[in-house]
Structures are given as C-alpha cells and as structure tokens.
Design a protein around this ligand. Structure first.
Ligand code: SF4
Length: 238
C-alpha cells in the first residue's frame, strides 16, 4: 500500500514539480522549467508610406494637353502674393498633387471660369494704378497654363515694359523648368521672380516669406539667367 503523499493522495506525487496555472479559465499543471506561455502577438502596425508630390519627367506634362484656360480667382490690390501691392491671377489646374496643398480646388483644370479678354483688360486697368507694384501668377500651376500666362505677360510688357514686375509661383523647380517645353522656358525668361518647388509638408514653415516649405526658393530670374544658376532674391529676410 503506497504511502500517502503531501497532497493526501495515494501513489507518487506526480504534481510535485508542477505548478498550477489558469489558462482560459481552466486549471492545468505545468512544469515551470519547460512551460512557455503563449504571448498574444501585437498586430503589426501597417507600414506607413508617406505620400509625396509627383515628379514629372522633363516635358512629360504639356500645357496644351491639360490647360482649359480657366481661372480659379483674380485678386486685385493684395499685399500677400509678393512684394508691394499686387494683382494676383490664380490659374486652374495642377498635377503635382502635393499633400497639404493650400489650394486643392485649383488643382482641377476645369475649376472656375474661362480667361476672357474682359478680365485681361480689367487686370491691365488695375495694374495701371501707380501704387500697384506688379502682377502675380499662381494657381494651380501657372506653367501648365502657359497660353493664358504668356498672353497676359506679353500684354503687361507691352503696356508697362518693366515698370511693373511679374512674380510667379511654380511646383517646378528652377532646374526642372530649364529642361521643360519651349513655352515654359519662354514664360520663365519673361518673369522677374520665380518661387519654385513643390510644397513639402515635412518642410512646412509658416514663418517663411512668401513660401510654405523651406525647400522652396525665391529666385531672381534675370540675375539667375545671367549667372547660369539660381540667384536668391536679394530682399529675402527669411
Ligand atoms: S504645386 Fe502648388 S498648387 Fe500644385 S499641388 Fe503643389 S501646392 Fe498645390
């Protein structure tokens, strides 16, 4: 007759080296030297891909393929789109698709209203005011609306020569524009200031003059063409 063990059971104490654990509401005995609890795996975080603006190859996007000659907005006598008092024309349509774009509606080439001779005459009349320093072209993407922009630029030069300056914003960089289609290069050569480059959220800085992200530059176009490299606007403070 086997002696009684410490658990007051007959026979060998098979549980002597075991410990009692609770798994899913059920008590089981396990060897603590061998038992490896199953740890529920954390679900893997979905890999987060940061969306970036599009990067066209030189000449890939042609203004004549996309532009519908539409205008998202016209703002005469404003102080925010460059130096001094300015008349700003916002053209419709842009393909860069920058996350955080400040003017989403104007990415659509069909947004707004058609550019008309009447509007052009109004812009010229507004620019003729002595206190107006110049014209600003922005959007959307002015360099994908070269028919409208060149028509207006040529008229401004005809009426005012270089007494009024012309600024333009573009998602293209200076170097990209120089490798672009002839209409874009012609437009670049006819303006005074280019604010270049896509808007990059990672480089967003609201303290910058006339720019949303620190990769963008305010470039003096005539000086840059003469120097053969981008020359930054000499009134840049920040
Ligand atoms: S280039 Fe300018 S208008 Fe075009 S998507 Fe980027 S921020 Fe918007």
């Amino acid at each position: 007759m086997p002696s009684r063990d410490e658990n007051n059971q007959e026979g060998p104490d098979v549980r002597g080296n075991l410990i009692k654990i609770n798994v899913g509401g059920e008590s089981i005995f396990v060897n603590p030297n061998e038992y490896k609890p199953k740890v529920a795996k954390k679900p893997k975080a979905k890999s987060q891909t940061v969306r970036m603006p599009k990067n066209p190859k030189p000449g890939e996007w042609k203004s004549e393929d996309y532009s519908l000659h539409k205008i998202a907005d016209y703002k005469p006598f404003n102080f925010v789109d460059g130096e001094g008092v300015r008349c700003s024309l916002y053209v419709s349509g842009c393909l860069f698709d920058c996350p955080g774009c400040y003017n989403l509606a104007a990415q659509n080439f069909n947004y707004g209203k058609p550019y008309t001779q009447e509007l052009e005459d109004q812009i010229i009349a507004d620019l003729s005011q002595d206190y107006v320093q110049g014209l600003t072209l922005l959007g959307g993407e002015p360099f994908l609306n070269t028919w409208v922009c060149l028509k207006l630029i040529n008229r401004v030069r005809k009426e005012f020569g270089h007494k009024k300056d012309i600024w333009s914003w573009s998602g293209y960089t200076w170097d990209e524009l120089l490798q672009e289609t002839p209409d874009k290069v012609e437009m670049l050569k006819k303006i005074d200031i280019l604010v270049d480059g896509r808007f990059l959220e990672a480089e967003k800085d609201l303290t910058l003059q006339f720019r949303g992200s620190s990769n963008q530059r305010i470039i003096d176009v005539p000086k840059s063409l003469a120097a053969g490299k981008p020359v930054i606007w000499d009134k840049l403070v920040r």
